[in-house]
Unconditional design. Sequence first.
Lengths: 739, 171
Amino acid sequence: MDTMLKRRQFLRVTALAGGGLLVACGGGSSSSPSPTPPDSSNPDSAPGNGGDPAETFAVGEFLRISSDNSIRVLVGASEIGQGALTAIPMIVAEELDADWSRVTSAHSPVAAQFDNPYFGALQFTVASAATRGYFAAQRRAGAAVRHMLIAAAAERWNVEPSTLRTEKSFVIDDANQRSASYGDLAEAAAAQNVPINPPLKDPANYTIIGSTRQRLDAVRKTNGSEIYGMDVDIPGMLTAVIARPPRFFGQPQSVNSNAALAIPGVLEVFTIPSGVAVIANDFWSAEQGRKALEVSWNEALAGRTDSAQTRSNYQASLNLPGVPVRSDGAVLLAQAAASDVLSADYFFPFMAHAAMEPLNVTVDYTGSAAEIWTGSQSQTIDRLFAASILGLLPEQINFHTMTSGGGFGRRGNPLSDYVRDACHVAKTLQQPVKVIWTREDDMKGGYYRPAASVRVSAALDNNGTITAWTHRAVTQDVTSSLYFEEQLDTLAEMELPPLGELNDLETGMPYAIDNVHMDAHLTLIPQMPSLWMRSVNKFSDVFAQETFIDEIAHRYSRDPYHYRREMLGNNPRLLAVLDGVAQAANWGNPPAGRSQGIALIAHWQSYIAQVVEVSVTGDRELKVHRVVSAIDCGTAVNPDLVVAQVESGVIFALSSVLFGEIELRDGVVQQSNFDDYPVLRMHQTPQIDTVLMPSGDNPGGVGEIGVPAVGPALANAIFAATGEQIRELPLKNLNFVIA
Amino acid sequence: MAKLGFTLNGQPLEVDVDPSMPLLWLIRDELAMTGTKFGCGLGLCGACTVHLNGSPIRSCSFPVQAAAGQAITTIEGIASDSALHPVQQAWKELNVAQCGYCQSGQIMSAVALLASQPNPSDAEIDAAMAGNICRCGTYPRIRRAIHRAASLAAVQVFDPGTGTAVQQEVV
């Protein structure tokens, strides 16, 4: 494959862009079929991904309608398993009245017109924001292009546009019994004026949105042909692994590479800021070379985080006021007047994302341009950092967003750690190179869900009514590394979302309590790389909130479901899912020998309530039998994808709650692979039932909503079974035997 | 380096490699077949599962030399030219894959299970699939898809013309 050809092709295609969503529509056509043979490393022409010989027209910047009437949608969000490359094209196809059976999709280039409107000027697939972020803009775009296709047909047939209708990628003139395909009209349509405010469909007339459609990548992900970053192969490509310090941000002091270089296939060894790179012809040689490497590390400034010490520090901080994040009424007054004030403290450890595909980046840097291939949730910032390291303008880098083998936040690092590493390697090497992380590199590589302590308290009157609620969180600021001067310089041009929002501290405590005070200590630990992980601080905050509610309910002999119900009078959507899950789970009547727990959360514009059914034997064998969820995500663009995300969230949460713990001792991570960092396996997986209760509002996020309430519902079920109050995770540390 | 011969997806093959290299890296790096995935390197996650004479093995921790003279099958080798394997067909129907990275290994384990037990119970599925991790949490669908594949495979009929089983269209 000739990489230069590909680069030119890329520039030609993006040259159509003119700022603003559809402004380039008037630009006419571009014959984009590649003169190069299909390139397996380029998602744009991956197997099953197109590469059709028909002439194509860029209608708008995100949509290609081919003369054979096939439609290709370029998506600015990243496919990390959630189905973005299916759901987002469905939105466009709906308003376009497209023939869904002829729609394909691919990752877009990194360019402003593909930014997620939710974040402003960023392509950023985090915060459950892909579908809900792009929804309105994609609808408008689809409607605008449909309008232009109709205008083109009206012009051709010399009839009024209002006499025409559209169906399955055809414009139809019923009066004169004729029709024209979108492919036929595309070139003329591109010359039409772009409507500013095209009318949108009444949701009652949706035919694609709201219907379950097979994932567009379903076949490629069952026959092994989907190309992930790990699978990228370009001519002359070498493989690198990086020896990293035992403690975060240690520096290589002296390197003896003689033995490493003696390994057949090992070509070069050199240091980069984060460690020592071993370059070889293939992975196996590189890995053998790394094992033979002798490095002494300067750890004078390295991280010395110790999990036990962190816990004790955080516990102490719980006694000090934090920065208020929500304050309603007068808590102190209510506490003084209360008949009882209860409180509880919780602790949550560091956790690793442990996506199935270990991190990897391929860089082809020639000195004057570069191509990068990697699974990324944060390609805009990744490309910016790459440009600063390689001495290029961002536009000189062709960044290929690859399908990710999982992300969970780890591939959305605003510090771009793994992309920067690879760029340092490529800059020295000036030859195509894939940097591969092993599972151990990935597990020990930092950027974990940060440890957290939480204290909640409730003031109660004689009837068990909560008159005041407090919530204090102590956790590491996952954006703290951004404060370093060097990073801020690189990001100076970026419009970042508010940093506080990125930490996503819980402020949404949903119950009708007059006096509420929530505050937080966001700690700064520069040598301890932490990062958001699926559901961020909701994981710990909601665990504390929802288990404590059960403790109070129990104390006043109230049923946990009814107790919650009474406090949700002004929250009809939460009330609906709470009632929905109680009904679906047959609340109050678990099968013999089992206990139930219930919990809920509203966030990301979605609402969920979940019931977990467990049994606990006398010798503490814990079995999770069933998890039932009721979710209102507004509009379920593809209902089966929503169900899949809830199932996914439930299982992700069970892994975290039962097993999830990264332990640091004097700065050294103790876990290394799936033997000492276990995750849920099939035989531990309960029956999972999910009830969709879409209210019809705008789509809410579903990637994370299935996670936070599972832990407290499970802990509440254990509490119901045994009377034991769960105040820390994971459960494996509490002498449960996980069946 | 050593010359080793074996059969890969029905084709005889001779390679000249480090005999201690894991089979996974021969398949991925030397033979450029990337459907088989690298997940953990220690046989803990199952993403690298291939068949050795029809039985599932973890190719990431299986030295190439142990494959000499044996028949290896990868995810690329289970479909016929015209049709997905019944297990792949079931995976597709039930939208099993999310990120999809573990699914080659899951499917190879499932194909081996169904070859030895054409109509497995949930407990048999759990036992056979315990070595395959999925972080997206597709386990409930995998379980259903294996049952579905069992029923798809049950309608395969013997074609006397070719002497092989032929997949029938299921309505």
